[in-house]
Design a binder for this molecule. Structure first.
Ligand code: LMR
Length: 391
């Protein structure tokens, strides 16, 4: 029976991790998978997380089952940070814990399809796993161009996708720090997008995996909040992989905004059933640590401080790249105004391979780079290599 299966190529991003590890050049640079690194090239556990984990070790008295919705204390503690003061939006918003942001996206797409969504419009390029999840669940994806060649958001494209859609269709938006382009909508653009969503009745799914890595915790979700203030229904997918550094602990959340309590309960019960059939219940440890941080004002400040240091470092790398200006045929200036871990360079697959083979610089075939893989010590080598390969 298994012989009937077609072999699948490994996920290209995850394959890069192995290729980079196998390279023994001491000055190799890993700009592949989206993991934050310090100026020394490390991905340390947050001190706030270490402290919370210690509390867990000392005080957790049971590891008995919780349920498909996971650690609701964690889910609720995050809400004011994502949704603001009126976090439950008058009882119309509720969430559940998921295994990472990926679990939240999978749940969102599966639930949308179960509720009758026929197509999902999505700006491309996007995180490659978005398309993989849609393909696996078998929901049709309709692409539109996310960005203009000059490094700005293609607002016309998203608006025309939304305005041309039927109410049984959906649109997937990145809440902030767009993956892979780093190109986000401005507040004025989010405003118009929200209005267009209301006009057509298209269903928004907002994936927010980099909250706090752009301009700040409030700033990064201002667009999301402005859309949610207008629309009757939405799904929000959230990840703590990056902003709490929880990557392998798989800490995410899925929120449903409904037009009233009854619909919310119905939708939530379906999300619960899908979660139960998929992973039964999410892993608890990381979510419990995040909950402990958010319920303790000192730990919360420590976490926010660590997040700010990450943000500042990435801004410094972006500013340095932007100041370098043009390298070969690549204008690095737009990277200065983009946000978060990623930007895409206009390089060909052959140039990406050459950067890897000749210079030990690892990046996705799409030309996406992880900004946090650059440090004040290797940025010059990187800019020179881009100039040489594309010049
Ligand atoms: C990335 O895009 O590199 C991250 O979101 C990690 C992943 O799971 O792909």
């Amino acid at each position: 029976m298994l012989n009937r299966l077609e072999a699948q190529s490994p996920d290209a991003l995850l394959a890069l991790i192995k290729m980079h590890a196998a390279d023994d050049r001491p000055d190799k640079i890993d700009l592949g998978v989206g993991v934050y690194r310090t100026g020394q090239g490390d991905t340390p556990v947050f001190a706030a997380i270490k402290a919370a984990e210690q509390i867990l070790v000392d005080e957790q008295d049971s590891k008995s089952y919780l349920g498909p919705e996971g650690d609701i204390g964690f889910v609720n503690a995050l809400m004011p940070y994502i949704f603001g003061e009126n976090a439950t939006m008058g009882g119309r918003l509720a969430g559940m814990q998921t295994p990472g942001g990926t679990g939240a996206v999978r749940l969102a797409v599966a639930l949308a399809q179960k509720a009758g969504m026929t197509k999902l419009h999505m700006g491309t390029p996007s995180w490659p796993n978005h398309a993989q999840i849609l393909g696996d669940i078998d929901l049709e994806m309709v692409p539109f161009e996310h960005a203009n060649p000059d490094g700005t958001a293609n607002v016309e494209a998203v608006l025309s996708a939304i305005r041309g859609a039927a109410p049984d269709e959906g649109v997937l938006l990145h809440g902030c720090c767009h993956n892979p382009t780093g190109i986000d909508y401005s507040s004025a653009e989010w405003d118009v997008i929200g209005d267009a969503i209301v006009e057509t009745g298209i269903f928004p799914i907002i994936d927010t995996a980099y909250h706090g890595l752009g301009h700040g915790l409030d700033e990064d979700v201002a667009g999301l909040r402005s859309v949610l203030a207008k629309v009757p229904e939405a799904f929000i997918c959230y990840s703590c992989d990056k902003n709490f550094g929880m990557y392998r602990d798989r800490v995410g959340a899925f929120y449903i905004l409904a037009d009233g309590q009854e619909t919310l309960d119905k939708a939530f019960s379906n999300a619960n059933a899908l979660a139960r059939a998929s992973w039964s219940m999410p892993p608890d440890h990381g979510a419990a640590a995040v909950r402990l941080i958010l319920r303790d004002s000192e730990l919360t400040l420590k976490w926010q401080d660590e997040l700010e240091q990450m943000r500042n470092r990435m801004r410094q790398v972006r500013d340095t790249l932007a100041e370098a200006g043009v390298a070969g045929s690549v204008d690095l200036a737009p990277l200065g105004t983009q946000n978060g871990l990623f930007s895409v360079l206009p390089v060909s697959k052959e140039q990406v391979a050459q950067l890897r083979e000749d210079h030990g610089i690892y990046m996705a075939g799409s030309g996406r780079i992880n900004i946090a893989g650059l440090t004040m010590g290797n940025i010059e080598k990187f800019v020179n290599a881009i100039a040489e390969v594309t010049g």
